[in-house]
Ligand binder design. Structure first.
Ligand SMILES: [Zn+2]
Length: 476
């Protein structure tokens, strides 16, 4: 009779015998960039050549679904049904990546060839997300084999190929395919751990709204000597408009965009979370952001307004002219309870009240925040499972500081959502030299095998605990 230990050993063996490396090497070679504006055939090829064969071998029925949004990458829905009365797990990953940025990698490294340097495995998608869903799939295969080809629950995989292009069509496909995606729990892998040395469990994500402030004063610039003093300078005016959103220390000055008070359970979860400190992390700026909060609270339990880019005149080649226009591309990162859908009106009213009526506000991108209740029984269940696989409990984040399309799972599909990341903060995600840490991959395979094993233990996982209704989710 096989045991949980056998499942974990099989997961480690998949890593140790080089098979995991070989699988990931093939997957990294697919140029599945989705943020270049053109849909490449590599997106569908990745699903058909790399994910469907191993999923079919594990007993999944696979279906590729075209994106209802023109130019968007396809989706894969893979279902493995063991019994109509069994509970169902939904898992999610994305096979697309951000641009390779080929010329900018360090000597001897490149985005499309998995390359080992010490503990680091370099390549585009190693961390985000090919490495992570490969770990998830490897852990699944190990648990399934150890249990003699049974899981004890049904499992559905949803893979998208457009996450790096802001997930076009994801919401629509989840609405269309609601029946096929019906489940009781989501477990997925993406994003970084808080610290490389300890696992992380996060329960949702902050949301983000990108918005631009633009002041179009005149169709062209005018000589600053001939006209300075009688023409309003759009760069000066726009700078003051931007400054009215956040003070010199980054504290948000727009009351309606500040979050509600931090719940006590969230505070407690974040109490022992340390931010930064790894060799390649930047030093934190003391005194930046909302006063009175710890770095973890400012990052995970609060909102920030960031200026992403500023433009007026030519910054590289200034000339003696009053620019005709100025623009600031800004972003609100926010937690649940923020009226983000009203951002355009809120900023509009804020600017109008301060005399900036001529500054235009345009929202360019928006995604919701989610946060599973920290006291949901799945959280403690996952903590025990993870500790049983790697010897330590996970850092628990009520939500990730970054953003994920978790709203479709927590909101639309009404699922409790558990995220188990296998990357780490200095992984260079979205940048040249992206990499996966080999020891984290090996440990991640065992963590995932343990979670799959424990989900199938009769009566042990809180599938029918009665506390899993969508109402138990705090989601906006
Ligand atoms: Zn990404």
């Amino acid at each position: 009779m096989t045991t949980r230990t056998d499942a974990l050993a099989a997961a480690a063996a998949y890593f140790d015998d080089g098979a995991f490396f070989a699988d990931l090497q093939r997957r990294i070679a697919f140029r599945t960039e989705s943020d270049t504006g053109a849909a490449t055939p590599a997106l569908e090829a990745y699903l058909r050549d790399e994910l469907i064969p191993p999923l079919e071998a594990l007993g999944f029925a696979c279906e590729v679904i075209a994106n209802p949004v023109v130019g968007g990458g396809p989706f894969l829905i893979a279902r493995r049904i063991e019994g109509a009365t069994l509970p169902t797990l939904l898992s999610y990953g994305h096979g697309d990546v951000v641009s390779g940025q080929d010329p900018h990698w360090a000597e001897g490294l490149g985005p499309w060839l998995l390359t080992v340097r010490g503990d680091r495995w370099y390549g585009r998608g190693t961390a985000d997300n090919k490495g992570q869903h490969s770990i998830n799939l490897g852990g699944l295969a190990a648990a399934l084999r150890a249990r003699g080809g049974r899981l004890g629950f049904n499992l559905t995989w949803l893979i998208e190929m457009g996450e790096e292009a802001a997930s076009p069509g994801l919401q629509a496909v989840c609405e269309q395919q609601r029946d096929k995606l019906r489940a009781d729990l989501l477990i997925a892998c993406d994003g970084p751990r808080v610290n490389a040395g300890r696992p992380t469990l996060f329960l949702g994500s902050r949301g983000a709204v990108n918005f631009s402030l633009r002041l179009r004063a005149r169709p062209r610039g005018y000589h600053s000597g001939n006209w300075g003093g009688v023409l309003a300078n759009p760069a000066t005016v726009l700078s003051h408009a931007v400054a009215s959103l956040a003070d010199p220390k980054g504290r948000i000055l727009v009351d309606a965009l500040r979050p509600p008070p931090i719940p006590q359970a969230v505070r407690s979860a974040l109490a022992d979370i340390a931010i930064g400190g790894d060799a390649e992390d930047p030093a934190l700026d003391a005194g930046w952001g909302e006063p009175g909060l710890s770095p973890a609270e400012r990052l995970m339990a609060w909102n920030t307004i960031e200026v992403l880019a500023l433009g007026a005149g030519s910054a590289e080649r200034p000339v003696n002219a009053i620019p005709g226009a100025a623009v600031a591309h800004c972003q609100l990162r926010f937690v649940v309870g923020t009226p983000w859908q009203d951002l355009a009106q809120i900023v509009r009213a804020h600017l109008d009240a301060r005399g900036f009526g001529q500054v235009e506000v345009e929202v360019t991108l928006a995604g919701a925040a989610t946060r599973l209740d920290v006291e949901n029984p799945w959280v403690e269940w996952a903590q025990r499972s993870i500790a049983g696989s790697c010897g330590q409990r996970a850092d628990l984040l009520p939500n990730l500081a970054g953003s994920l399309p978790n709203d479709v799972f927590a909101g639309l599909l009404g699922l409790p959502t558990l995220w188990v990341p296998h990357s780490y903060p200095a992984c260079a995600q979205h940048a040249p030299n992206e990499h996966l840490l080999a020891p984290l991959a090996r440990e991640g395979l065992q963590i995932m095998a343990g979670l799959y094993w424990d989900l199938g233990e009769p009566g042990r996982a809180p599938w029918q605990a009665g506390a899993l209704a969508p109402a138990s989710l705090a989601s906006h």
